[in-house]
Design a protein around this ligand. Structure first.
Ligand SMILES: [Zn+2]
Length: 140
């Protein structure tokens, strides 16, 4: 098993009124990286798709891939293209469950959003993941 110190949350940066199914994500990433960069993808209906084996290093957070798991939720942009937390209740519930199950395997992992990493200028995932999951964070 890899030594996982971070669970990093992302959004697909797609508009909440335009479906971006897992098949599209896989096709898009295959072109860019040769494989899917995230380990999990959560669609608006609350379905969790495993898109990369946890033991394989992903491609989702430059400089932090080696020791992290990447989770992406579908959305992150309003219909007008502005960044926002567009998670559905089903997505929030699925994300919570997934993080809890990952913490069972990687209890030392911190949960944070992509934008909380040093040097990241994007706003992804458009909510403050470290705060939202404060109760799940490992003791410092
Ligand atoms: Zn991101």
């Amino acid at each position: 098993m890899r030594n996982i110190t971070m669970i990093i949350i992302h959004c697909s940066a797609t508009r909440s009124d335009r479906p971006f199914p897992v098949t599209s994500l896989i096709a898009c990433h295959r072109q860019r990286f040769g494989y899917t960069g995230y380990h999990y993808y959560i669609t608006r209906n609350g379905q969790t798709h495993q898109t990369r084996h946890e033991n394989l290093v992903g491609a989702h957070a430059k400089g932090y891939n080696t020791h992290s798991i990447g989770i992406c939720y579908e959305g992150g942009l309003l219909p007008n293209g502005h960044p926002a937390d567009t998670r559905t209740e089903a997505q929030k519930a699925a994300l919570w469950h997934l993080i809890q199950s990952l913490l069972a395997d990687y209890p030392q992992a911190r949960i944070l959003g992509h934008c909380e990493l040093p040097g990241v200028t994007k706003t992804c995932p458009n909510f403050l993941a470290s705060r939202e999951y404060a109760d799940l964070q490992p003791a410092a």
